[in-house]
Ligand binder design. Structure first.
Ligand SMILES: NC(=O)c1ccc[n+]([C@@H]2O[C@H](COP(=O)([O-])OP(=O)(O)OC[C@H]3O[C@@H](n4cnc5c(N)ncnc54)[C@H](O)[C@@H]3O)[C@@H](O)[C@H]2O)c1
Length: 289
């Protein structure tokens, strides 16, 4: 066992996470292991799983499989149950994007297949994991956390396929929070953009490359009131809060918008005087960094 298991905000917790092989999921693994948790990861890429075992050794158990297959969830959860006697947290995180493909650009011939592919991973995959994890979480009094997106609550974080799939995630969170209370808390984190290995549907020929890897950091930064382009590590704090039995105790059914201030962005620009003050503060902060 890793040294971290004896201490930390999640000491002794057993966590089941999908899509932990790169990006946000990998950052969650890193932080949760450091906080004393053991993380079981269901990940479609065997190579990424090897990388996790190399880096986190006894802090992780990896399972290579597809979130669209309920037996993959069940096998992983049973193995964790056998190894640790319980599961405390289910984090549904594996998803794909649509590369911002707008309605008018969606090829009609591929529309059905692209819809099926995105919804099968982003919605059905989350639901199948919840179905498989619910008995263990009811027993442990644990919780679920769904990775959604700013696209779960607003337009423009993707095209209609991704945006609708992430909005569907809000419905899952609210319904499951209602159904499983008081024993199991169910919440979501809705992050803004980050450069990861995020792929798109093969049906749109977007499965072969990392779509967010080319994101222009300057353009991304300028979109957010907090004035920085976040890394996956920057989004992990809310997961620790929600996963923790003590810190997250009062929270269920919430969509925690970890969005660098996007939801506080106004219609008008701030007044000239205020803008000058803010610009000089930004410059001063920039000099200190
Ligand atoms: N990157 C962004 O800008 C951004 C913004 C908001 C929300 N998100 C969300 O963050 C989450 C993580 O995405 P990321 O950006 O870290 O991308 P990522 O591709 O780096 O991580 C997703 C992981 O899921 C795995 N995966 C994909 N399909 C799978 C399947 N069918 N079965 C099992 N594993 C599968 C991938 O191999 C990958 O390791 C997703 O829910 C995504 O929608 C990402």
């Amino acid at each position: 066992m890793s040294a971290g298991l004896s201490a930390g905000r999640l000491a002794g917790s057993v966590v089941y996470l999908t899509g932990g092989g790169s990006g946000l999921g990998r950052s969650i693994v890193k932080r949760f292991v450091a906080e004393g948790a053991h993380v079981g990861v269901l990940e479609i890429s065997a190579a990424k799983n090897r990388g996790l075992r190399d880096e986190f050794a006894h802090g992780v158990t990896t399972f290579t499989g597809d979130v669209r297959d309920i037996s993959a969830h069940r096998e992983a959860l049973h193995a964790l149950g056998r190894q640790f006697g319980k599961v405390d947290v289910y984090i549904a995180n594996a998803a794909i994007w649509d590369g911002n493909t707008a309605l008018l650009d969606l090829p009609e011939a591929q529309l059905d297949a692209a819809f099926e592919e995105i919804f099968a991973i982003n919605v059905r995959g989350y639901l199948l994991g919840a179905k498989a994890a619910a008995p263990a979480l009811l027993e442990s009094g644990g919780n679920m956390i769904f990775t959604l997106s700013t696209a779960a609550v607003r337009a423009g974080g993707g095209g209609p396929l991704y945006t609708a799939s992430k909005h569907a995630g809000v419905g899952l969170v609210r319904q499951l929070a209602f159904e499983l209370a008081p024993r199991v808390r169910v919440n979501a984190v809705a992050p803004a953009g980050m450069a990861t290995d995020l792929r798109g549907p093969h049906a749109l020929e977007l499965g072969g490359r990392a779509l967010m890897a080319d994101a222009d950091p300057e353009r991304m930064r300028a979109a957010y009131p907090l004035d920085f382009f976040a890394t996956p590590d920057d989004y992990v704090g809310p997961y620790v809060l929600l996963a923790s039995r003590t810190e997250g105790r009062s929270l269920t059914g919430i969509i925690l918008e970890s969005d660098l201030g996007l939801s506080a962005r106004g219609i008008r620009a701030v007044s000239g005087e205020a803008q000058r003050t803010l610009a000089s503060q930004r410059a001063a902060v920039g000099q200190r960094l």
